[in-house]
Design a protein around this ligand. Structure first.
Ligand SMILES: *[C@@H]1O[C@H](CO)[C@@H](O)[C@H](O)[C@H]1NC(C)=O
Ligand SMILES: *[C@@H]1O[C@H](CO)[C@@H](O)[C@H](O)[C@H]1NC(C)=O
Ligand SMILES: *[C@@H]1O[C@H](CO)[C@@H](O)[C@H](O)[C@H]1NC(C)=O
Ligand SMILES: *[C@@H]1O[C@H](CO)[C@@H](O)[C@H](O)[C@H]1NC(C)=O
Ligand SMILES: *[C@@H]1O[C@H](CO)[C@@H](O)[C@H](O)[C@H]1NC(C)=O
Ligand SMILES: *[C@@H]1O[C@H](CO)[C@@H](O)[C@H](O)[C@H]1NC(C)=O
Ligand SMILES: *[C@@H]1O[C@H](CO)[C@@H](O)[C@H](O)[C@H]1NC(C)=O
Ligand SMILES: *[C@@H]1O[C@H](CO)[C@@H](O)[C@H](O)[C@H]1NC(C)=O
Ligand SMILES: *[C@@H]1O[C@H](CO)[C@@H](O)[C@H](O)[C@H]1NC(C)=O
Ligand SMILES: *[C@@H]1O[C@H](CO)[C@@H](O)[C@H](O)[C@H]1NC(C)=O
Length: 596
C-alpha cells in the first residue's frame, strides 16, 4: 500500500493550499511573487486598494462597474462596488500583513529548500483582473438559499496575469479568499510568493446554506467575538451566521418597544446587543457574504422573558426542573393567553423592520417543548398533546403570518414538524438536529431541510456535564459525568458527516445545506475560538466541497489534514485562536507516519 508513488502523492498534496477544497484545481510548479504595487482592476476599472481598513457602508468608491446596482437596506447602502472594493483591501492586507511562513508544513529544516530563491530574476504578478459578470440585486445581500450564484473561476498564468471571474460580488469574495491562500511569506525577505503557477480553479459550493449556529444566550459574548467569528466564517466560505439569540438563561438583545426584556432578562443590565450593535453585526456580515439569521426560540426556552413579564410564562423556575424543562431555569410561554399574543405582536413589530433589510429569514425556534409545564399553565392546565398541539399550531401560525407579511421566511426546529406534526407553510425551512432519519423525514414531507446531526455537528459535546454531582448515589450513577452528547466531535468526526446521509436521491434537492452548532453552556469568549475552530472548518469543507470528491469517493482525512493544518495557521495569523490540527511532527511532511 505504501508504494513510493503513494508516498509522493501524500507529500505533494501537502502544499495544495486551499480550504475548503475547490471543485476543480490544476496547478504547476512555477514561482511567482506578488508585491503591494500589484494592479487590481474590477470590471476594467482600476482599484486603488487602501492599506488600511475602512467601512464600505459609508464609503462610495468610484470604480469600474456602473454603480447603478446600489441598494438601500434600512439606512445602509450596499453596492457591488463598495463591497468588492472593501474585500480587495481586506484580503490584500491579510496577504501582505499576515502572511504565512510555512515552516510547520515542510520537513524539518527544509524551509530553505522549499522557498524560492529571492534574486533578481523574480517574476511578479503584474495584474489581478476581477470580472463580475452580472449585476448584484438586493437578494444578493439577503438571499434565500439558491438566490446567489457564488461560483468563481481563478487563473494565474506563469507570466504573472491573475484573474478572478464570478457572477456575483459574493463569488468575487470567495475568489479573493482563495487567491490569498495561494501565497506564502518568504522567511528572510518577507516577500510573498506562490510556487503553484500556472493555477486554474473552477469552483462553486455544493450547498447553498452553509452556517454556524452560535448560542449567545447561555453565556454573554461581547461584540468583538461575533465580529471575529464572522471573519473566520468568511475565510471558510460559510454564508450564514445563525444567532441563537435568546434562551431561558438570558435575553441579550434590546427590544426598544419592550425595554424591560433585556434590562431585566440579560445577565446584567447592559449586557445586551443594542439596535446599533445588531445593525453592525448584520452589515459587517453582509459585506463578507454572510447573512445573519436571528432566532427567538419559543414557546420553550423562554424563561428569561419572565424576568420582565412573569405573567406570560408558565412554570417559571419550576422544580424539579428535570420534570418541566430540558435545562434550568424552567419556563415556557403560556399558550392560551391573549397577553402572550399581544407581546409577540409587539416583539415582532419591533424586530422585523430591523432584520428585514439584511436577512431573508427569521428563526422562530420550537425545540424541546415540554408538555408537563403546561399542567402548570393557568390558561391550559393540561399535558395532553391533543390540547397543546393545536395551541402551538396557533402560536406558530401567528408568528409566521407576521413574518411573511414583511417578506421574511420562517425557520423552525424539527420538533415542530416531526413531533408536534404542525402544518407548516411550504416556504418554511425546517432545521434538523436529532438524526439523519429526521432530515429524511422532513424532506419526505416535502419540506426544505437544514442538516446538522448532533452526533456529528454539535461542537459543545464531550466537555462533560455542566451539572455538579454530590458524593452520594448520583455521583456513582453519573460517574465519569459524560454529557448528553459525549464524546467530543473531533474535526475528523465533523468531517465524516454527510448532510445527505439517508436522504433518497429524489429528495436531496430539498436539503439546502446545514449548520454546525456551538451551544454555550461551557463556552464563553475565553474559549470560543478553540471550541469552534478548526472543527467548524471541517463542516465548512463538507458544505462547500461536499462529503464526496468529484469521483464520488468520500474525502480523505489523510489529504484533508495537511490542508486544514495550513488553514489553521492562516487563521491564527489573522487573530483567531484556532486549536492545532496535529503536532508539528505530523505537519512537517511526515503524514504517512501520522495516519492509519
Ligand atoms: C502541483 O503542485 C504540487 C505541489 O507543489 C506539485 O507537486 C505538482 O507537481 C504540481 N502539479 C503540476 C502538474 O505541476
Ligand atoms: C438609521 O437607523 C438607525 C437605527 O436603525 C436610526 O437610529 C437612525 O436614526 C437612522 N438614521 C437615519 C439617517 O435614518
Ligand atoms: C535565481 O535563483 C534561481 C533558483 O535558485 C537560480 O536558478 C538563478 O540562477 C538565480 N538567478 C540569479 C540571477 O541569481
Ligand atoms: C468558469 O469556468 C467555467 C468553465 O469554463 C464556465 O462554464 C463558467 O461560466 C465560468 N464562470 C465564470 C463566472 O466566469
Ligand atoms: C383557551 O382559553 C379560552 C378562553 O379562556 C377558553 O375558552 C378555551 O377553552 C381555552 N382553550 C384551551 C385549549 O384550554
Ligand atoms: C400527564 O401528567 C400526568 C400527571 O403528572 C402523568 O401521569 C402523565 O404521564 C402525563 N402525560 C403526558 C403525556 O405527559
Ligand atoms: C405526530 O406524528 C407521529 C407519527 O405519526 C406520532 O408518533 C406522534 O405521536 C404525533 N404527535 C402528536 C403530538 O400528535
Ligand atoms: C463514506 O462516508 C460515510 C459517512 O459520511 C460512510 O457511511 C460510508 O461508509 C463511507 N463510504 C466509504 C466507501 O467508506
Ligand atoms: C423517491 O424514491 C423512492 C425510492 O427511493 C420512491 O419510493 C418514491 O416514490 C420516490 N418519490 C418520488 C416523488 O418520486
Ligand atoms: C519527516 O519527513 C521529512 C521529509 O519529508 C524527512 O526528512 C524526515 O526524516 C521525516 N522524519 C521522520 C522522523 O520520519
Amino acid at each position: 500500500m505504501y508504494s513510493p508513488i503513494y508516498l509522493i502523492f501524500i507529500l505533494a498534496s501537502q502544499v495544495l493550499a486551499i480550504w475548503p477544497a475547490p471543485q476543480s484545481f490544476t496547478n504547476g510548479t512555477s514561482v511567482l511573487w506578488i508585491a503591494r504595487g500589484v494592479q487590481v482592476t474590477y470590471n476594467g476599472g482600476n482599484v486603488g486598494w487602501s492599506p488600511s481598513s475602512f467601512d464600505p457602508v459609508d464609503t462610495e468608491q468610484i470604480m469600474g462597474i456602473q454603480s447603478s446596482s446600489s441598494y438601500a437596506a434600512g439606512n445602509s447602502t450596499f453596492s457591488s462596488n463598495s463591497i468588492v472594493q472593501a474585500a480587495i483591501s481586506r484580503n490584500l492586507n491579510t496577504l501582505f500583513d499576515q502572511g504565512l511562513v510555512p515552516w510547520k508544513l515542510v520537513g524539518r529544516n527544509q524551509l530553505s529548500q522549499f522557498e524560492p530563491a529571492a534574486n533578481s530574476s523574480q517574476t511578479f504578478i503584474s495584474s489581478l483582473a476581477i470580472t463580475q459578470t452580472q449585476a448584484d440585486t438586493l437578494n444578493t445581500y439577503k438571499p434565500l438559499a439558491g438566490d446567489v450564484d457564488e461560483s468563481y473561476n481563478l487563473t494565474i498564468t506563469t507570466d504573472g496575469k491573475a484573474t478572478i471571474s464570478a457572477v456575483s460580488s459574493t463569488g468575487v469574495m470567495h475568489g479573493l479568499q482563495t487567491f490569498i491562500q495561494l501565497f506564502y511569506k518568504h522567511s528572510t525577505t518577507a516577500g510573498m510568493y506562490t510556487n503553484l503557477a500556472p493555477v486554474s480553479i473552477i469552483d462553486a459550493p455544493k450547498f447553498a446554506h452553509r452556517g454556524l449556529n452560535m448560542d449567545v444566550a447561555r453565556n454573554w459574548f461581547p461584540m468583538e467575538n461575533i465580529i471575529r467569528t464572522i471573519d473566520a466564517l468568511a475565510m471558510n466560505k460559510f454564508n450564514r451566521l445563525h444567532l441563537h439569540m435568546t434562551d431561558s438563561q438570558s435575553w441579550p438583545m434590546d427590544i426598544p418597544a419592550l425595554p424591560d426584556l433585556s434590562k431585566k432578562g440579560a445577565y446584567q443590565t447592559g449586557l445586551s446587543y443594542t439596535p446599533t450593535d445588531i445593525k453592525q453585526i448584520q452589515t459587517y456580515a453582509v459585506e463578507r457574504g454572510i447573512e445573519v439569521i436571528i432566532e427567538f426560540d419559543m414557546p420553550g426556552h423562554t424563561t428569561s422573558i419572565g424576568y420582565a413579564y412573569p405573567d406570560l410564562i408558565t412554570g417559571f423556575d419550576a422544580k424539579p426542573w428535570a420534570t418541566y424543562c430540558a435545562e434550568p431555569p424552567c419556563g415556557s410561554l403560556q399558550l392560551n393567553n391573549t397577553a402572550v399574543y399581544d407581546f409577540l405582536q409587539t416583539l415582532f413589530n419591533d424586530v422585523i423592520p430591523r432584520v428585514q433589510p439584511y436577512s431573508a429569514y427569521f428563526h422562530t425556534g420550537g425545540d424541546e417543548v415540554n408538555s408537563q409545564v403546561y399542567l402548570l399553565d393557568p390558561t391550559v392546565k393540561s399535558n395532553e398533546s391533543s390540547v397543546i398541539g393545536p395551541l402551538i399550531q396557533k402560536l406558530v401560525d401567528r408568528n409566521h403570518a407576521q413574518l411573511r407579511s414583511s417578506g421574511l421566511t420562517p425557520i423552525v426546529w424539527e420538533e415542530m414538524l416531526l413531533d408536534w406534526n404542525l402544518t407548516l407553510g411550504s416556504d418554511v425551512l425546517v432545521q434538523s438536529w436529532l438524526s439523519d432519519a429526521s432530515v429524511a423525514a422532513i424532506t419526505a414531507k416535502g419540506h426544505k431541510a437544514l442538516a446538522g446531526n448532533y452526533n456529528f455537528w454539535y461542537l459543545d459535546c464531550g466537555k462533560g456535564q455542566w451539572l455538579d454531582f454530590d458524593n452520594g448515589a448520583s455521583f456513582q450513577t453519573y460517574y465519569p459525568f459524560a454529557d448528553y452528547c459525549s464524546p467530543t466531535k473531533s474535526w475528523r468526526l465533523v468531517y465524516a458527516y454527510d448532510p445527505l446521509a439517508g436522504v433518497p436521491a429524489n429528495q436531496t434537492h430539498l436539503v439546502q445545506g446545514g449548520e454546525v452548532h456551538i451551544w454555550s453552556e461551557q463556552t464563553d469568549p475565553v474559549n470560543l475560538d478553540d471550541m469552534v475552530w478548526p472543527r467548524a472548518s471541517a463542516a465548512g469543507e463538507v458544505l462547500w466541497s461536499g462529503r464526496q470528491d468529484a469521483s464520488g469517493q468520500n474525502r480523505s482525512q489523510i489529504t484533508a489534514s495537511p490542508r486544514l493544518a495550513e488553514m489553521r495557521e492562516r487563521m491564527v495569523n489573522t487573530g483567531v485562536k484556532v486549536g492545532p490540527v496535529q503536532m508539528v511532527f505530523c505537519t512537517q511532511n511526515n503524514a504517512t507516519e501520522c495516519s492509519l
